[in-house]
Write a protein of this length. Structure first.
Length: 292
């Protein structure tokens, strides 16, 4: 009975935005209903309150939640964070809020994207999330001055399915996948850099999947994966090799073990070092240099 009551309370708090916002700036990705939404998904809720991961389900109203670093260390860089969850749920704490706070430790604004899940019937699994990500990148640039962000240092970071989304968004910026709504949609939606952590769904028998057409205009990337991940490290390796063929700066880390879904929580596995490696890469790429 107590568990049922707890689940109900968690669901109400999540639907009201309490968990997502925590008093931080949160804005809707779309001014009205998101493209193609017809109200058939059901109420947003936490699908599983057990364990130590918050699994958010039935998202039909995408949002952005902004985590700003301390002013003294703010570099002006920002990163749009796409939690994973197989395009079925979103791991909002493990691969969202916790990652935004890590970004803050680097002096980077972390912006968590709550994108639409599960996959909509009759659509590619990534279409609705891609629409959300494109609009989100434009919104960040539209608010760059207010949020004290350099519009030329806005990256995207994704885990698992969120890694697939980040890769798709990093290679499909020349075309908008939704009809323009307002002046925000005139802005560039290309990420300036990409971070993929145990990305999924990137490989096909003959190379990368069609929705990831890596080219000379693809942003630089950092990739991290565990060799023993059930979602094969070939996803990261394939993307890295495609970047190198196109002479795009990239860094790849394949760890001996660590499995899948490790986020950035401390552990005995070597994968727990990826946040430090990523910070060093961002510094080497001159993404963390404060602007005057």
């Amino acid at each position: 009975m107590k568990n049922a009551i707890l689940l109900a309370v968690v669901a109400v708090l999540t639907a009201s935005g309490v968990f997502a916002a925590e008093g931080r700036p949160t804005l809707d990705v779309w001014p009205g209903a998101a493209p193609g939404e017809n109200g058939d998904i059901g109420p947003e809720h936490v699908s599983d309150a057990s364990g130590n991961i918050q699994r958010l389900a039935n998202v039909s109203k995408p949002t952005l939640t902004v985590y700003k670093p301390d002013k003294a260390k703010d570099t002006g860089a920002a990163i749009l964070i796409c939690p994973g969850g197989g395009y079925s749920i979103l791991a909002m704490d493990l691969e969202g809020e916790e990652v935004a706070k890590w970004a803050n430790s680097l002096g980077v604004t972390g912006i968590v994207l709550k994108y639409r899940v599960p996959a909509r019937k009759g659509q590619p699994k990534h279409l609705a999330p891609l629409q959300d990500a494109q609009r989100a990148m434009r919104l960040v640039r539209a608010n760059a001055k207010e949020w004290q962000i350099d519009p030329k240092r806005i990256g995207i970071l994704g885990f698992s399915a969120g890694g697939h989304l980040a890769a798709v968004a990093s290679n499909n910026f020349a075309k908008s996948f939704y009809d323009p709504i307002d002046d925000t949609d005139k802005l560039n939606c290309r990420p300036d850099f990409t971070v993929l952590v145990y990305p999924a769904y990137l490989t096909a028998p003959d190379g990368l999947v069609a929705e990831v057409p890596v080219s000379a205009n693809t942003p630089p990337a950092f990739l991290a994966h565990a060799s023993d991940d059930g979602i094969s490290a070939e996803n990261s390796v394939g993307y890295y090799l495609a970047l190198k063929r196109n002479k795009i700066p990239a860094e790849l880390h394949i760890y001996a073990h660590g499995g899948h879904g490790f986020g950035l929580r401390p552990s005995e596995a070597p994968t727990c070092t990826w946040p430090e490696r990523c910070g060093q890469w961002m510094k080497a790429m001159r993404l963390l240099e404060s602007q005057p």
